[in-house]
Design a protein around this ligand. Structure first.
Ligand code: ZN
Length: 317
């Protein structure tokens, strides 16, 4: 049978301010705001999606910005670092750009011989990395304020800290079509497709504190499955592993199931389609608030309740 899981679909995190979030991701990092909508489970909160030009799986970072929410804590049972992929020839450009916007970053380190990694954080303390490499073939996206050759290509990897890696590894390899593709110290790298955008690194970190949810932390990690039939097949495997998945939920741009992995991280399996062009033209993605049918009747009230945002990023040259 073909693979049911093909790689990473998206990462969803929690922020404390909507405008700060747009300024940082669309403005400074230059990833495309591909959708402004609301949290389908709590409609008084925005849901922003950032990605490449089309919002392809493996590039999508999404946020629930809860205005003024208290900060969380990185730790065990949490996805602590989300890494973006860039060519090695962009290292100087990005170090200069981070300095220009007063973003502190750690000294570059080498990982797996062919990656140079720089760690930094977003305004809420969310763990991020640039992984400079020469294996990524994706074209990236630019608004024009960052040269295309230096643009973010999508994710490179995500990093989950666990008490031990075995039970999560078992789920990834037995139910989610992943294989162990690398090992370095306490880092165990898994992938459903062995390419940038799909690497899931499990860090054995028994001595760290447990992570606490709040702004600046990741809410869940979503894996990509081709269609409804493959999603139903994965769901059955998750049921058999006794991880109690949700029913299939309609997220407009994909359908989803959710379940908690044994180490505590919330996992989702989302369909690759129909994608973000279902309710606005590809060139207009992210330009207006889009609501699912069930909230369209509340549009006027929601537009009053949600904080005003400015998506113009021309001041971030
Ligand atoms: Zn999700």
């Amino acid at each position: 049978m073909d693979q049911l899981i093909t790689g990473i679909h998206h990462v969803t995190a929690i922020a404390a301010g909507a405008q700060e979030n747009i300024d940082f991701y669309a403005g400074i990092l230059g990833v495309r705001l591909v959708k402004q909508t609301v949290n389908f489970d709590a409609s008084g909160v925005y849901h922003f999606y950032y990605g490449d030009h089309d919002g392809n799986p493996g590039s999508i970072l999404t946020f629930f910005p809860y205005q003024g929410l208290v900060g969380g804590r990185q730790g065990k049972g949490m996805l602590n670092t989300t890494s973006f992929s860039l060519p090695t020839s962009s290292m100087d450009y990005w170090q200069e750009r981070l300095k220009k916007f007063d973003i502190a970053f750690k000294k570059p380190v080498e990982r797996f011989q062919h990656e140079i990694v720089i760690y930094f954080e977003d305004p809420d303390g969310l763990g991020l990395e640039f992984v400079f490499n020469d294996i990524d073939q994706r074209p990236g996206f630019t608004y024009g304020h960052i040269p295309l050759e230096h643009s973010i290509r999508g994710f490179y990897s995500v990093e989950i800290w666990e008490e031990g890696y075995e039970r999560t590894a078992g789920l990834l390899t037995e139910q989610l079509d992943h294989q162990l593709v690398g090992e370095q110290g306490n880092r165990f790298r898994f992938a459903a497709t062995d390419s940038p955008g799909n690497y899931v690194d499990i860090i054995c970190s028994p001595d760290s504190l447990k992570g606490l949810s709040g702004s600046g932390t990741v809410h869940h990690l979503a894996f990509s499955t081709p269609d409804r039939a493959s999603q139903e097949a994965v769901r059955l495997k998750i049921v058999k592993r006794m991880l109690n998945p949700t029913p299939i939920l309609d997220r407009n741009y994909f359908t989803s199931i959710y379940f908690r992995e044994p180490g505590g991280v919330l996992f989702e399996v989302a369909t690759a389609g129909p994608g973000f062009a279902i309710d606005e033209a590809p060139e207009a993605l992210g330009s207006a608030l889009k609501l699912p049918a069930q909230y369209e009747g509340e549009r006027t009230a929601l537009e009053k309740e949600l904080p005003p945002i400015n998506i113009d990023i021309k001041n971030f040259k």
